[in-house]
Design a protein around this ligand. Structure first.
Ligand code: SF4
Length: 401
């Protein structure tokens, strides 16, 4: 610990829905990433990793000093267990640092297979020290607390159980006890507990509280998104070991930007021993630039209530979009994989792995074969003039929508 620092710095755990997102999160400061293999996880629609991609992921993360946790957090029926034991052994051999598990049967299978260390998933809704002690006696080394736990609960669970404690710091919430919901099963035939959640709670529904009242439309089950930025001091002082960012299904822009904000805030604490930074507003502003609903502190201090309902559509808070990540740098140009159209001379932002965002004007826009262009097409590779701070996986953003 540094001389100003009174408490250990928590690990920052970022979502890695693909190899590109994994590299981006690691380079922007994630101490660990979590991802899904092709079975046994809860994000069936994510770009999940095959064994070869898993090897590459572990190799890249470890080479940069970051850990890799693999989610095995589906609740399984007996017929789902085929191959789980071999998969757990392979994960250990590949060098995966931990698996995130909800189902007791999966915990038993991973332990018997000599798999990686086990972190209890938030899906298991651990909210008290008594439960944590029991999970510990069953071989779990870390609990990811249920989203209903407060920071005060976290301190008690940490002190009384001696287990590592992980808590969400940012991202989407679940209106049920994480994943213990079958709305998507009933409305869309998609099983939330097998990766099929269709976010049915975020849709607009008709509501009439009594027969005399006229029906009205409302998003009454849609939670705002969690933002723990202004409570980082409380997370640290509660002894939380790991801060988790939700969002394996979200964009590379989200993975890089949100990871950078929290990594820089934690690094600030490491040097100065506080979060009273005049950069808090700058970081909060960055968090408004990614796809999000309105932000809430959910149950971190007081139980979430009506103030945590987001009465609107997904993503209405987003304030900028990624023009594209840099995929290569030459002597005089950076090559951008275009995600959103921009034109020559447009004001853009370069988001370096560390330090403030740099605003610049795109110049010398051209194709890979150096044909001058006036504007770009999404999906294409283009070159623009090199500026300081550019390197592979750095994000380039448009300054507005
Ligand atoms: S539909 Fe909503 S409440 Fe249900 S599991 Fe999905 S996110 Fe949670």
């Amino acid at each position: 610990m540094t001389k100003n620092q009174k408490f250990p710095i928590p690990e920052l755990l970022a979502p890695a829905g693909s190899l590109e997102k994994l590299k981006t999160a690691v380079l922007y400061g994630a101490g660990a990433v979590y991802l899904g293999g092709q079975k046994f996880g809860l994000r069936a629609a994510a770009d999940n990793f095959n064994q070869e991609q898993l090897r590459k992921a572990v190799s890249f993360a470890h080479a940069h000093g970051s850990k890799v946790n693999v989610v095995l957090n589906a609740f399984l029926h007996d017929s789902d267990f085929v191959g789980l034991s071999d998969f757990a052994s392979e994960l250990k051999m590949i060098g995966v640092d931990a698996v995130i598990v909800s189902d007791l049967g999966v915990i038993k299978t991973v332990l018997e297979a000599g798999g990686p260390e086990i972190h209890l998933s938030t899906q298991a809704s651990c909210l008290n020290a008594s439960a944590a002690k029991l999970w510990k006696s069953m071989g779990v080394s870390r609990v990811v607390l249920g989203r209903e736990a407060s920071l005060a609960d976290a301190a008690i669970i940490k002190n009384e159980s001696g287990l590592e404690v992980e808590m969400f710091v940012h991202g989407s919430m679940c209106m049920a006890f994480s994943g213990h919901c079958v709305i998507s099963n009933y409305t869309q035939g998609r099983d939330s507990n097998r990766g099929g959640c269709a976010h049915s709670c975020r849709h607009e529904y008709k509501i009439a509280l009594n027969q005399s009242e006229q029906e009205k439309n409302a998003f009454f089950m849609s939670s705002k998104d969690l933002e723990g930025l202004r409570l980082l001091k409380e997370y640290v002082e509660a002894g939380v070991d790991c801060l988790k960012i939700e969002g394996r299904m979200k964009s590379v822009h989200y993975a890089g930007t949100v990871t950078k904000v929290y990594a820089e805030a934690l690094a600030h604490y490491q040097v100065h021993g506080n979060f009273l930074s005049d950069r808090i507003e700058e970081w909060a502003n960055e968090l408004r630039k990614v796809h999000h609903r309105a932000y809430t502190q959910a149950s971190l201090v007081e139980p979430a209530g009506q103030d945590s309902i987001h009465n609107g559509q997904d993503g209405e808070g987003v304030e900028s979009a990624v023009a594209g990540p840099i995929v290569a740098v030459t002597n005089d140009a950076m090559v951008i994989e275009v995600r959103r159209k921009f034109h020559d001379g447009e004001e853009l932002e370069l988001v370096p792995f560390q330090g403030p965002v740099q605003v610049f004007k795109a110049s010398k826009l051209r194709s890979l074969s150096d044909m001058p262009l006036t504007e770009t097409k999404p999906g294409s590779l283009v070159k623009i003039a090199l500026i300081p701070g550019a390197s592979e996986h750095v994000l380039v953003r448009s300054t507005g929508l």
